[in-house]
Design a protein around this ligand. Structure first.
Ligand SMILES: [Zn+2]
Length: 264
């Protein structure tokens, strides 16, 4: 399953393809959305936002396309006028500009809303702030850790719960807890000040570093740190901090990797 950084990077490709260009063609498969086709032709996509696994495509006429890919949905970018390649998937959305088109296949949760009302969408109401939201601060994450809803939750399960921070998933969970030097069985209310700060900081810094640099190897482009796995998938390999072997187990029914020496 893709996590926040991968979803955001996929969305960046859509942004580059269509944002701020006039839409020459708009097509929806669902009959309930057909009436919006003509209303959206000639408008522009002004921004494409990710909220966990949901994508918000904002149009210049005050409407927003909500889509959630679930397990099967996938976006593709093609050149304008290019017929989509033969595929078993069913096309659900097409947004075309003079240069490029973006195509959404197989997703079933698609709707058009007034941009001003989009925050009332039930899914957006359920999830927490997106971990890659640039305005989200360490202090806000710390506050969330200590809030009544989350202070008594075990960290291992909570970090996978999109209601805590949208966009976190299994590899980020393992890397965040390693960086914060914490085991997954703790609850926020048991942590001291330094541990809380380290955890809140790691939630943002690990996700942001992954988004900025994961999969890139060019040190000339990225002068700062590059993202690499310190524990995830590294069973038996030495911990980068203490050299002891990383171990693998299961936490909240998902694989978990940690250093038994420096995570306490
Ligand atoms: Zn270690």
């Amino acid at each position: 399953m893709p996590e926040g950084p991968e979803i955001r990077r996929a969305a960046d490709l859509l942004v580059r393809a269509v944002v701020n260009k006039p839409l020459t063609d708009v097509w929806f498969a669902f009959p309930s959305l057909k009436p919006y086709q003509s209303a959206l032709r000639g408008t522009k996509v002004t921004a494409i936002e990710t909220r966990g696994k949901a994508l918000l495509t904002h149009f210049s006429n005050g409407l927003t396309l909500y889509s959630h890919n679930q397990l099967y949905g996938v976006w593709r970018v093609v050149n304008a006028g290019e017929a989509p390649k033969e595929t078993q998937r069913s096309l659900r959305v097409k947004l075309e500009t003079p240069d490029a088109a973006i195509l959404l296949y197989s997703a079933s949760e698609i709707g058009i809303y007034d941009t001003a009302e989009i925050e009332n969408h039930p899914f957006l109401q359920r999830i927490g702030p997106d971990v890659l939201d640039e305005t989200l601060t360490v202090a806000q994450v710390r506050e969330r850790l200590l809030s009544p809803k989350f202070r008594n939750r075990q960290l291992g399960g909570m970090l996978l719960d999109q209601a805590f921070l949208a966009g976190l998933g299994n590899y980020l969970r393992a890397e965040i807890l390693w960086l914060a030097k914490l085991l997954p069985g703790h609850k926020s209310r048991e942590l001291n000040d330094a541990e809380l700060n380290a955890l809140a900081d790691a939630c943002l810094s690990v996700a942001r570093l992954s988004y900025a640099t994961r999969g890139t190897m060019d040190e000339n482009v990225h002068h700062g740190a590059l993202f690499r796995f310190n524990v995830f998938g590294r069973t038996g390999k030495p911990c980068a901090r203490c050299d002891d072997p990383i171990v693998k187990g299961s936490v909240s029914s998902r694989p978990f990797f940690w250093c038994p020496v420096c995570q306490v």
